[in-house]
Design a protein around this ligand. Structure first.
Ligand SMILES: NC(=O)c1ccc[n+]([C@@H]2O[C@H](COP(=O)([O-])OP(=O)(O)OC[C@H]3O[C@@H](n4cnc5c(N)ncnc54)[C@H](OP(=O)(O)O)[C@@H]3O)[C@@H](O)[C@H]2O)c1
Length: 246
């Protein structure tokens, strides 16, 4: 590992927004440590030596603890510049029915809160010391659904993302003492495996009149991890094409 390079951890980098984020940081010369339950199969065009992808199920306590241990030993006491809490799940019913407060298994709520809320908190704690050394930044991937009723995103997902928005504020306040900035990016409708074909019908509600791309989100994440946002903490950037205004 090169001691001069900024280093970022990106969770959930096997596909979607996490993959685009890892790719962007690599393209901009950062060292990337990433994780997911599956490997990254396509990192063509990048110097593989600058990415270490670790297989981990972050909802499994042993696997999460092992991930923190392996990364801290990879860092060998070096500073960590950024942590991107991207891995997330949006539980769906088998018949595409929206999972609400009155239907569905409560275990789906626990699963959503574990990955979408508790894992970012656990990782922030696990990497607090390395982030302090790097005077670094944490970016949490929240959601438009955490702020308003969404026609397809379920209540468990939306509540967990609202909690993550609140956690971003609380962490920003407490991590400021460590010289670590904490912000969130709240995407709207982004074309990844997380969303279903019916989401296309939401396009007329989006002022920019298109779905977002994972790269659209990755660029805002990068901004919040870079020196360009050195006085920004406790903020949440909407990456929604304006959908949050309606
Ligand atoms: N797409 C949207 O429209 C949208 C909108 C608002 C917010 N977001 C948020 O943006 C983030 C990324 O979303 P996305 O659309 O890119 O989702 P995605 O395509 O479903 O990707 C999710 C990523 O999380 C990883 N992951 C899932 N469970 C995991 C676990 N237990 N341990 C480790 N990694 C795990 C997945 O990898 P493996 O399956 O290989 O583990 C995958 O890499 C999420 O937090 C999501 O809530 C997305």
């Amino acid at each position: 590992m090169n001691i001069e390079r900024p280093t970022v951890i990106v969770t959930g980098a096997s596909r979607g927004i996490g993959y685009a984020t890892a790719s962007l940081f690599l393209a901009r010369g950062w060292e990337v440590i990433s994780c997911a339950r599956n490997p990254i199969t396509d990192i063509e065009g990048f110097d593989n030596k600058l990415i270490t992808h670790i297989l981990a199920d972050l909802t499994d306590t042993d696997s999460l603890d092992n991930f923190i241990k392996v990364v801290n030993s990879l860092l060998e006491g070096r500073a960590l510049t950024a942590l991107v809490n991207n891995a997330g799940i949006s539980p769906k019913s088998h018949n595409s029915e929206r999972l609400g407060c009155l239907n569905g298994d409560l275990d789906a709520w626990r699963d959503a809160f574990e990955l979408n809320f508790f894992v970012p908190l656990k990782l922030a704690r696990g990497f607090a010391s390395s982030l302090h050394k790097g005077q670094g930044a944490i970016v949490n991937l929240t959601s438009i659904a955490g702020h308003m009723i969404h026609p397809f995103a379920g209540s468990a997902y939306s509540s967990s993302k609202a909690a993550l928005s609140a956690l971003t504020r609380e962490m920003a306040n407490e991590f400021a003492a460590l010289n670590v900035r904490v912000n969130a990016v709240a995407p709207g409708e982004i074309s990844t495996e997380m969303i279903q074909p019916e989401y296309e019908m939401l396009i007329p509600r989006i002022p920019l009149n298109r779905m977002g791309t994972p790269d659209d989100v990755a660029r805002s994440v990068f901004y919040l991890c870079s020196e360009d946002s050195s006085y920004v903490t406790g903020s949440e950037i909407w990456v929604t094409g304006g959908q949050h205004m309606s």
